[in-house]
Every structure is written in structure tokens, then in C-alpha cells.
Design a protein around this ligand. Sequence first.
Ligand code: ZN
Length: 271
Amino acid sequence: MRQYYSKSKKSIPGLNETDLMKRIVYNTSRSGSFSTFEKWFDDKDRLKKDDICDCANGGMKIDWATYGNKSRGRDYRWFLERSHDHDGNTRDGINYLGSYRRMSSPGIITIYIDNIQVFFWSIICELACNQKYVFTREKIEELAMLCINKTLYHELFHHFIDAQSYVVNGYVYNYYTDEALAVACSRLLVGYETKNNHTYISEFLELAYSYTSPGYSDWVNYKSEEQFLLKLIEYMPLNPSLGIMGQELSPICEGMLYSIIENPNVEIQVA
Ligand SMILES: [Zn+2]
């Protein structure tokens, strides 16, 4: 597998990564007179963690509502655990970072920006407090971009499954497999966006992907490209007879994945 072709993002209606990043990092573009986060950084562009992070008790010192953020979450862990009924349906969408609505015309990917903002900053505070990292604007912006891509790639995987189910015969939806593979796909693609192996990036991603909810948490079984593609071939499903005759299935699966997620029939909405 390889990095997502960045030009593809430019053709997705409603997607503006830089704008989303600034909303998360600086609290810009809010309607109403809410403060930005400019004061959270000192004159050397370093995060003033003692002003915003509650290092003694964990969490953050700030009141999100005063910044116009309506999320009910306060801790990234809350977003990574979901409650389900016996059919595997989520009871409510309050802790969504993103969602995908199947194609009737285009598929709709919704980015829940308030939730992502709280999710993001609670991880930053945990790292800043525990690991004593000095976060600069540059690092914070870089991590926020990864955080947006994390959700984008997850939802694009759901779009891939939606589209490929029109191409391949015999697809049967399985909530748990669907989510596990969506998380694995997101983590693999986000991995290609990180040019280096800095500890603050790997530790950020470690927390950002520490899912505990059923299905989602199984992504660790499909961490490697090989594990991911093997499970995806089985899930789509690609006809195994082709493999038995000697035709390799992984390149077909991979090719289909990129051909759809890099030419997606989706629109982005920000909620
Ligand atoms: Zn999902």
C-alpha cells in the first residue's frame, strides 16, 4: 500500500483540510464572538500547557462551552468507546468523530468538528503532562492534520465498502468487521502521512487509535498491510477460486480500494 494521493482530496466537495485544522487548533470560523486559542501559545510559539492542561488531575482546565464548543465529551477515551444495542447499532451519535451516509446520490461524510476538537486537545494535554513534551504550533498543527485525516480515511473506507458492494457479488455487511477494517485502513493510511518517526507522533497516534469499543478495537488484528488486505479480500468478498488458480488477490483488492477512495463519490459536511 502507499500514501493517499493528496490531489484527490482537492476534488472532494466540501473538504478543506487547512480550514478544519485551524478550527481545531485555533478555534477559528465559529459563529458568535468566541475567543480563539491564540493566547494558548507564547511568543516563541510554544504551547502554554499550564494554562490549559490540568496536569495534577488529568484533563483540561478550560470550559469548552465558553469557546462555543458543544461537544459532550471531555476525554479522548470517551470518543473511543461506544455503547451498542444487541444488533450492534450505536444508541446515539453523540460521540462520533465522523460518519458516513450511504450513496443515494453522493455518499455524505460528516466531520464532527466539536468532538474532534475536544478529542484532539485532550490527547495533547495528556502527552504534554505525562511526557513533558514541548509542543510548538508547528507540531500541534501537524498532529491536528493527522487527526482530520484519521477520520477522513476511516469514512472513506466505509465509502469504499459501499461502492464495492455494487461491483462484487456476495458482500454481507458485518458491523464489527466493517469498523475494525475502517480503523485499520485509517491507521495504515495515516502512517504514510508521517514523514518521520518522532516519538510525539507515534505516541499521539497510539492514544488516538486506542479504541475500546467492540469491532473498532479489533483493528489491531489487521495492523499490517498483509493482515488488512487478507481480511478485506475475505470480507468483500473476492472470489477465492481466482486465488486458487494462481491469480494474486491482494493487488486486485488494493487496486480497487485506491481506485474508489481516490475517486470518491462523496461530499463532506462539517457539523
Ligand atoms: Zn466507522
